[in-house]
Design a protein around this ligand. Sequence first.
Ligand SMILES: *Cc1c(COP(=O)(O)O)cnc(C)c1O
Length: 371
Amino acid sequence: MTEALHVGRPNIGNRKRLMMRLNDILDSRWLSNGGVFVQRLEETVAELVGVRHCIAVCNGTVGLQVALKAAGVTGQVIVPAWTHIATAHALTWIGLEPVFADVNEQHVLGKRGIQYAISSCTGAILGVHLWGRPCSIEALEHKARCHDMGFPLIFDAAHAFGCSHRGQMIGGFGDAEVFSFHATKFVNGFEGGAICTNDDALAERARAMINFGYRDGEVRHVGTNAKMSEVSAAMVLTSIESMGEFVAVNHRNYAEYRKQLPGVTFVEYDESEQQNYQYVVIEIPDRDRVMEALHAEKVMARRYFWPGIHRMAPYRWPAATLPETERLAACTLALPTGTAIGVSEITRVCDIIKRVMEESTMHSMPAWAAS
Ligand SMILES: *Cc1c(COP(=O)(O)O)cnc(C)c1O
């Protein structure tokens, strides 16, 4: 029997060290509320990313909401239509209005997408570093700074932990960046997230907001409960210790896929920057036939983020204004990778893809050429 291969099987890290930490947590009887593991995690991430503040939170979605609130965002927020639904939901759930912008050929928000979406009602931009690749950060910064009075720029960096842009780690750009440590992400804490910022006042507000609005023992803000538990912090710390190994495996997998599928278009990574290579994403004609063939043989490739947020029930938006999102929604496929996948599994996946591609070429040829 062949084993099912999934996209997003968790990276586990050093189990023994995690268990030791869990024992420490139980022994201390300090399970949440800014215990030693959350504190150590915040210091570790702040240092790794090179930011003044890291605030650990219960997940990336709520982290985005807290960051937006702490930055004082109101009204309309420009967001790409090509991303995880969490990015748009984070806005709508707190009464902000998403304005969907088209992405560029690189799957991310660029200058052109912003230009079409920006107006006098724009209250912020929420960029997404999809697949760990930075959006056009400088162009977005320029827009946010120079538009009328200027407005906040926040980044959804859920895919981009351990990645850099122009030699600087992602996490320190814009007014704040938010990571996700969900189980399926590169570094995970079962559930979890982190807000990173260099803005002292924003950080102070965010820190109060995640703990019911308490500041210096008094309630100063309307707040929520977005704290990370000690168990999650212990898992993230353990995961971070194995980052080098995760990257090495992901990179090997990515290179192996490329070697075995030379005619296929891959989402590429800039090898001169730090990358986590957590996603192996291809753009392939006949995507749905390829996916069905893979699923039939228990390879659970995913057509992330089909059909695009603009086509999802709560967010109808004219497709005509989002041509690149439309194109990507029709041809993008994420392949299984991570520490649960090795070279023999990759060969199994690639053989299926090559078979379907050959069949497709035969079908598209005129009858006289195929005989
Ligand atoms: C996973 C993800 C989120 C949500 O993070 P959670 O920690 O699962 O809440 C947000 N944005 C993107 C792009 C994601 O992939």
